[in-house]
Design a protein around this ligand. Structure first.
Ligand code: TDO
Length: 181
């Protein structure tokens, strides 16, 4: 497993060791001890999520102001452009984002600690997205930053106008959202 800090060093790109043979492939998609020893990820994961989306779907940018969730994310079908936005007010990277292309082919994962908003755009015909979270879904505490907030200036690799949920269309700009206490 190769672990590389991104431009926001607390967000980690994780490249698992994939064993291919005539039958197909095998890799460890989660190993608590390895992640603790190599990446200091000590999160206790309490929820696993799985979503499927069509091409050009954009989900996010989501975070929870209470019960913030660290997320270990990956793709098992297709490819997404995944984005994490630093919302930690004390961070030198506040308001900055990092992105990574995660796909069923590259099997890359991203570790996004709590304190970030998260979203992704589907680049392939469809994409199945799997992630572990360090706290439970808490809809009352969930907030959405609008994906195209000019203050964030995320360079989404859009081919067409994205497909966005009604909730996400109501997202606010960084300058208007409630931040982590
Ligand atoms: C996220 C979530 C949703 N739901 C329900 C609520 C709703 O009826 C339905 C769809 O919810 P959403 O539209 O919020 O799903 P989605 O837009 O996929 O939300 C997810 O987006 C990505 C970017 C994230 O980072 C995740 O943490 C999560 O916020 O599923 C749960 O029951 N548990 C959950 O943990």
């Amino acid at each position: 497993m190769k672990i590389t800090p991104t431009e926001i060093p607390d967000v980690l790109l994780i490249e698992p060791q994939v064993f291919g043979d005539e039958r197909g492939f095998f890799y460890e998609s989660y190993n608590e001890r390895t992640l603790l020893e190599k990446a200091n990820i000590s999160g206790h994961f309490v929820q696993d999520n799985h979503s499927c989306s069509a091409k050009n779907v954009l989900r996010g940018l989501h975070y929870q102001i209470k019960q913030p969730q660290g997320k270990l994310v990956r793709v098992v079908v297709g490819e997404v452009f995944d984005v994490a936005v630093d919302l930690r007010t004390s961070s030198q990277y506040f308001g900055r984002s990092v992105s990574a292309r995660l796909s069923a082919t590259n099997k890359h994962m991203l570790w996004i600690p709590s304190g970030f908003a998260h979203g992704f755009l589907v680049l392939s015909a469809s994409a199945e997205f799997l992630y572990k979270t360090t706290d439970y879904y808490a809809p009352d505490h969930e907030r959405t930053i609008i994906w195209n907030d000019p203050d964030l200036a995320i360079a989404w690799p859009l081919e067409v106008e994205p497909i966005v949920s009604a909730k996400d269309r109501m997202g606010k700009g960084l300058n208007a959202v409630e931040l982590y206490p």
